[in-house]
Design a protein around this ligand. Structure first.
Ligand code: SAM
Length: 216
């Protein structure tokens, strides 16, 4: 079973290859750009957002360009080194989204693109609860994942020595875990893969932290 240490070590090994392959990917993904634009509009300009599991930082930089105060957070120091070097206009820090250093109710939005792929199903609620903790009331989470029930084992991820398992999730599993973590107004969308992507259907979810006093 993958551990935080094994995932960190794998992405340290694969970081340069991952950056080469994915750093320009948003240029070819109009639906993802549209979802990021919707996320930015919900959050509002100049408000603090985290891009958790940011990898080489391209989505963080995109959020910065959309006017948000974006900080990319990743487990892998090598990923953060690449992100900081490539996108000096954004902020980056090493961190674990299951144990964020940020204060409760301090963040207006969290982007989590394809970083839950290394969690086991029974770890989802704890991870989403931590994201819920740091979000302000009315804060929004946008996450993405591979839809299905497969677990893909990569022995030489991106032709490197990195070993990783990628877990797919059914949309109902994600919805249930978000709901258990306290999220509300959960809006799930699914798209077919682009030709340039791994041929899996992609799930995107907007989920909101609703003010518990006002919503009663
Ligand atoms: C598949 S990559 C996705 C990177 C980027 N979000 C993207 O869309 O290209 C997964 C990333 O999540 C990071 N990651 C995995 N588990 C993490 C955790 N618990 N906390 C922070 N980052 C994590 C990995 O280091 C890796 O950079």
């Amino acid at each position: 079973m993958p551990t935080v240490d094994s995932v960190r070590a794998a992405y340290d090994i694969a970081s340069e290859a991952y950056a080469s392959k994915f750093v320009d990917e948003l240029d070819h993904k109009p639906i993802d750009r549209d979802l990021l634009q919707q996320f930015a509009a919900i959050v509002g300009a100049e408000r603090p957002v985290l891009d958790v599991g940011c990898g080489p930082g391209h989505t963080t930089a995109h959020l910065t360009a959309l006017g948000l105060k974006a900080t990319g957070v990743d487990l892998s120091p090598k990923m953060i080194e690449i992100a900081s070097r490539t996108f000096p206009q954004s902020r980056f820090e090493v961190g674990d989204f299951c144990s964020l250093r940020h204060e409760s109710s301090s963040i207006a939005g969290i982007l989590a693109f394809y970083c839950i792929v290394h969690l086991q199903p029974d770890q989802l609620v704890a991870a989403f609860s931590e994201m819920h903790r740091v979000l302000r009331d009315d804060g929004v989470l946008l996450l993405s994942f591979h839809v299905g029930s497969d677990v893909i084992h990569a022995e030489n991820f991106l032709d490197t020595d990195a070993v990783l398992d990628f877990t797919f999730f059914e949309t109902s599993q994600i919805e249930a875990a978000l709901s258990s973590a306290g999220f509300d107004r959960i809006d799930v969308r699914v798209r077919e893969p682009y030709d340039t992507e791994h041929p899996s259907r992609r799930g995107y979810v907007f989920a909101h932290k609703v003010n518990s006093v006002r919503s009663q």
